[in-house]
Ligand binder design. Structure first.
Ligand SMILES: CC(=O)N[C@H]1[C@@H](OP(=O)(O)OP(=O)(O)OC[C@H]2O[C@@H](n3ccc(=O)[nH]c3=O)[C@H](O)[C@@H]2O)O[C@H](CO)[C@@H](O)[C@@H]1O[C@H](C)C(=O)N[C@@H](C)C(=O)N[C@H](CCC(=O)O)C(=O)O
Ligand SMILES: Nc1ncnc2c1ncn2[C@@H]1O[C@H](COP(=O)(O)OP(=O)(O)OP(=O)(O)O)[C@@H](O)[C@H]1O
Length: 482
C-alpha cells in the first residue's frame, strides 16, 4: 500500500521524502520491523520510540513517523505529526483497510466484568449462527481460531490486524474489552464502535493512572468517542454509571437491579449450579452464579437487543450458555464440599464473589485462598486481605504472580490490613499449591473453598518467567479426582 494512502487522514503533517513508496507493514516496535515497513516512533512510559529509529532502519524500515526532531538516515521518508500515539491508530486502521467499516464492533469497559460480558456476547452471537471475533484478556478468537492474548486490549497495530483477519474470515461482529490503559494510550484510536458497555468502576490500576479521577476519565473518554448511531449501555447502580454517559452522543440504555432503569433484573433463586433470573419481566434460568453476573447478563441482554435481536431468542440462548473460563467455576469434591475458581483480583471483585458464595451457601463454612500480584497497585493488598477475612470463615493468604517482588513481602502487606480478630482466622502459606492443599484438608461437607485471583491463568509469574500453574488442576489433584 502507498505511504500517502496510509497517512492520508493524518492532519497536520510534514513529509520529507517520497510519499508514494510502497509500505509492506506498519510497526511500533523496532525489534519487529521487516523490510519496507513504516516504523512509528511512540513516546512510551519506559522509553522513547524515537531512540530506536536507527535500529528500525537497520532492519529495513522504508519510512518513519515521528513527533520529535530526530536524525533519520538519508533515503528514508519521514512523516512528522504532532502526536504519534494518536496517529498510530489512524495509520494502523488505514493500513488494514478500515476493518470497522466492515464489522460491527462492540467495546466493553469498566473495572470488572469486561471479559465475562465480551465472552458471553461472543458465545451468544455464535450460538445464533453469526461469525464472530473476540478480543479479550483470556484469549482472542477469530471464530474458533485462538490467537493468544498478551494484553486485554492489544496495541493498535495488532488490534487492527486482528480485526482485519476477522473481516477476511467473514465475521459480522467483534466483541472486545477496552482497558483503561488502552483508552489512555489511544490503542483504540481510529476504530468505529457500534456500541459500548460500562460495567462498574472501583479502585484499580492506580499504579498507572495515579488517581481514581484519572482512571474514571480514561473510561469516560471511551463513551465520549461514540457517535450518535452507536448505543451506550450503562450500569445505573454504579456511582459512576451516569457520569460515563454524560454528554455522550450515543443512544443510552441503563440497567439496574435496584433503581429505575430501562432494563431491570433480579435473582429469583440461586444455587452453586446457577440462577433463576427475572430479566425485563421474564424468567430465565442460567448457569451463571452471583449478583454481579445479574449485572453482566443484563448488559449482555441489552446489547443483544440493541443489536437487533428478539428478546425471546436472547433469553433462550442465554439459558444455554456456560460460565466463562475462570469466572465462578465450581468444582465438586466427592467428599461433599466444593471449590470455586474465580479471577477476582481486586477488592471489589473479591467482595462480590464472596457475597455470591455466602448467598448460596446452605450450611458449612467459606474458606478463601487468595493473594495479590507483585509490581502492581500495593494499596489494594491490605484491603483484599480485610475483605477476605470479613467475608470468610477461614483465610489462607498466598502468592499470586509475585513477579519481581519477594512473595513474603506481598503477604506481609496483605496481613498488615488485618486486626486481631481477623488474624485469628487467617494463616499464610507462600506456596500456592500448598495453600490449596491446606484449604482442602480443612474442608468439611457443605464448605465452599474460594480459590481467587488466577482464574483462567495457567501460570505463576515469578521474576519474569511464567511457570505452569493451574488452580483447577491443583484443586482436582487435592480432591483426588485428577
Ligand atoms: C504501562 C503500559 O501500558 N505499557 C504499554 C506501553 O508500553 P510503554 O509505553 O512502556 O512502551 P516503552 O517500553 O516505553 O516503549 C516505547 C515505544 O518504543 C518501542 N520500542 C521499545 C523498545 C525497543 O527496543 N524498540 C521499540 O521500538 C515500543 O514498542 C513503544 O512503542 O505500550 C506498549 C505497546 O502498546 C504496551 O505493550 C505496554 O504494555 C505493557 C507491556 C503492559 O504490561 N501493560 C499493561 C499494564 C496493560 O496495558 N494492561 C491492560 C489491562 C489492564 C487490566 O485491566 O488488567 C491491557 O490492556 O492489557
Ligand atoms: N459485573 C461485575 N461486578 C463486579 N465483579 C465482577 C463482575 N463481573 C465479574 N466480576 C468479578 O471480577 C472477576 C473478573 O471478571 P472479568 O474477567 O469478567 O472482569 P474483567 O473486567 O475482564 O477483569 P480484568 O480486566 O482484570 O481481566 C470475576 O472473576 C468476578 O470475580
Amino acid at each position: 500500500m502507498k505511504l500517502s494512502t496510509i497517512i492520508g487522514n493524518l492532519q497536520p503533517k510534514v513529509i520529507t521524502g517520497d510519499a508514494e513508496i510502497d509500505i509492506t507493514g506498519v510497526n511500533i516496535d523496532s525489534r519487529q520491523v521487516k523490510p519496507g515497513n513504516l516504523f512509528i516512533a511512540v513516546k512510551g512510559t519506559v522509553s522513547n520510540g524515537h531512540q530506536y529509529i536507527a535500529k528500525a532502519v537497520e532492519l529495513g524500515a522504508a519510512a518513519v513517523l515521528v513527533c520529535e526532531d530526530v536524525e533519520v538516515p538519508q533515503g528514508i521518508t519521514v512523516v512528522r505529526v504532532d502526536d504519534t500515539e494518536d496517529a498510530t491508530g489512524k495509520v494502523a486502521t488505514a493500513f488494514y483497510g478500515n476493518p470497522t467499516e466492515h464489522i460491527r464492533l462492540i467495546g466493553v469497559t469498566g473495572t470488572n466484568g469486561k471479559t465475562t460480558i465480551a465472552t458471553v456476547l461472543y458465545n451468544m452471537f455464535r450460538a445464533m449462527g453469526h461469525k464472530c471475533g473476540l478480543i479479550s484478556t483470556v484469549c482472542n478468537y477469530i471464530e474458533d481460531r485462538e490467537v493468544p492474548a498478551s494484553h486485554t486490549t492489544p496495541d493498535p497495530v495488532t488490534l487492527n490486524r486482528l480485526l482485519a483477519e476477522m473481516v477476511k474470515e467473514g465475521c459480522e461482529y467483534a466483541f472486545m474489552e477496552c482497558s483503561s490503559h488502552a483508552i489512555q494510550q489511544k490503542r483504540i484510536g481510529g476504530l468505529k464502535f457500534v456500541g459500548g458497555i460500562f460495567t462498574n468502576l472501583t479502585r484499580d490500576h492506580l499504579d498507572y493512572h495515579k488517581t481514581f479521577e484519572n482512571y474514571r476519565d480514561a473510561k469516560k473518554a471511551f463513551f465520549d468517542g461514540l457517535d450518535k448511531s452507536a448505543f451506550a449501555i450503562t450500569n445505573a447502580d454504579d456511582k459512576n454509571g451516569m457520569i460515563m454517559v454524560q454528554n455522550c452522543a450515543a443512544k443510552v440504555l441503563t440497567y439496574s437491579t435496584r433503581t429505575a432503569a430501562d432494563l431491570k433484573g433480579k435473582i429469583v433463586e440461586e444455587s452453586i449450579e446457577g440462577m433463576l433470573l427475572d430479566i425485563d419481566g421474564q424468567e430465565v434460568s442460567v448457569r451463571f452464579v452471583g449478583r454481579f453476573n445479574v449485572y453482566n447478563l443484563l448488559a449482555v441482554y441489552g446489547a443483544a437487543v440493541m443489536l437487533g435481536k428478539e428478546k425471546e431468542e436472547v433469553l433462550r440462548v442465554l439459558s444455554s450458555l456456560h460460565p466463562v473460563n475462570g469466572r465462578f467455576e465450581a468444582i465438586r469434591s466427592p467428599k461433599g464440599f466444593s471449590a470455586v475458581v474465580d479471577y477476582a483480583h481486586t477488592p471489589d471483585a473479591l467482595v462480590n464473589v464472596l457475597q455470591a458464595i455466602n448467598d448460596i451457601k446452605k450450611q458449612g463454612r467459606v474458606i478463601t485462598v487468595c493473594g495479590a500480584g507483585g509490581n502492581r497497585d500495593k494499596g489494594k493488598r491490605p484491603i483484599m486481605a480485610q475483605e477476605a477475612a470479613k467475608n470468610s470463615d477461614r483465610v489462607i493468604i498466598t502468592s499470586d504472580n509475585p513477579r519481581f517482588e519477594n512473595p513474603q513481602d506481598i503477604i506481609n502487606d496483605m496481613l498488615a490490613g488485618l486486626d486481631e480478630e481477623m488474624m485469628q482466622k487467617t494463616i499464610s502459606i507462600t506456596d500456592r499449591r500448598e495453600a490449596i492443599r491446606a484449604a482442602v484438608m480443612m474442608a468439611q461437607p457443605g464448605d465452599i473453598i474460594l480459590v481467587a485471583g488466577k482464574g483462567h491463568e495457567p501460570y505463576q509469574e515469578i521474576e519474569g518467567v511464567k511457570h505452569h500453574f493451574d488452580d483447577h488442576e491443583e484443586i482436582k489433584k487435592a480432591f483426588g479426582i485428577d
